[in-house]
Design a binder for this molecule. Structure first.
Ligand SMILES: CCCC(=O)OP(=O)(O)O
Length: 308
């Protein structure tokens, strides 16, 4: 299975509405057109009205093609109204347009109209990497700067939830560090060991956590064997938990730019999934992210209805 298959599977479910903050940009409208061509949902576009209408016209789209344009005065208002649309049920999914991640998240975290829950919000990316046999989930590349132990446990729970919504019943989680032994001078190794113990005691559910693991021991069975690292996760991790956002963001972008990996990404833990890729990511990446968000909504509806 690849990310295109993941996208196709969305058609088995009712279409979703996606609210796009700061949609007044050619690349964003191109992405919307591709998503409409792939029948991924309908769109509410927030931003400078004239510009959006001109871009829609240039792309051969109009408001009747599953699109509603909502004029806004500036980026802040566009983020606020897009977030509010999701909160009030006018849209199912929030999507980042051409605005910095931090500006969108400010609205998402707003206490009055935002999408906060009692959960930690975190970013989960799903990669299809050339010549690598399976999907890799990476967390957190965008949101939590230097999470402490409690936050890391929450970040794992969000990533496991996302992976399960994509069909990974019981994902294997590698808590990454620079080394695979506990070193009291390296906080990431201490946290990884405690997270492993928490998982063994049932405090982190629906997955198997192991760490500390260095990246090679986490994703290569050869490297793990060579270094004598055993266990269910070593060399076979589905989810990579990174210690800091710098590592996550750099690994994310190195997979995209050096390895030509395909990626989708969402923020989990909010009232609704948030499609969040890098502004420079491909349109395809935005489509994969919408597909991830759709699968997560279906998964949650399934749970609410008494399913798994
Ligand atoms: C998931 C990556 C988020 C990110 O780095 O976004 P920008 O490149 O748009 O800042």
């Amino acid at each position: 299975m690849n990310l295109d298959d993941v996208m196709q599977q969305v058609h088995a479910h009712p279409q979703k509405t996606i609210a796009v903050a700061a949609a007044d940009n050619a690349k964003v409208i191109e992405g919307v057109k591709e998503a409409l061509d792939c029948r991924l949902g309908s769109f509410r576009l927030y931003g400078e009205e004239e510009k959006i209408r001109r871009l829609l016209h240039d792309a051969g789209l109009n408001e009747y093609n599953h699109i509603k344009v909502i004029p806004t005065r500036d980026m802040e208002e566009s983020a606020r109204l897009a977030v509010t649309a999701v909160r009030t049920g006018k849209a199912d999914i929030l999507m980042k347009g051409m605005l910095p991640t931090s500006d969108l998240l400010k609205s998402v975290l707003n206490k009055e109209y935002g999408l906060r829950t009692n959960k930690t919000l975190s970013h989960v990316a799903m990669f299809e990497i050339p010549e690598y046999e399976r999907f890799i989930f990476l967390t957190d590349s965008a949101m939590n700067i230097a999470p402490d132990l409690t936050k890391k446990a929450d970040i794992i729970a969000n990533a496991v939830h996302a992976a399960r919504s994509m069909g990974f019943e019981h994902p294997k989680v590698a808590a990454l560090a620079a080394v695979e032994v506990v070193n009291p001078d390296m906080q990431s190794t201490l946290d990884a060991a405690v997270l492993t113990a928490m998982n063994n005691r049932g405090q982190i559910k629906h997955c198997t956590v192991d760490g500390p693991l260095a990246l090679d021991n986490a994703i290569s069975t050869e490297a793990a064997a060579y270094k004598g690292i055993q266990g269910e996760v070593a060399g076979r991790a589905d989810i990579l938990l990174v210690p800091t956002v710098e590592i996550g963001n750099t690994l994310y972008k190195s997979l995209v730019y050096f390895s030509k990996a395909k990626v989708g990404g969402i923020i989990a833990g909010a009232k609704a999934p948030i499609v969040l890729t890098s502004r420079a990511d491909s349109n395809k990446s935005k489509l994969y992210s919408i597909a991830m968000a759709c699968h997560m909504i279906e998964f949650e509806q399934n749970i609410a209805a008494g399913g798994r």
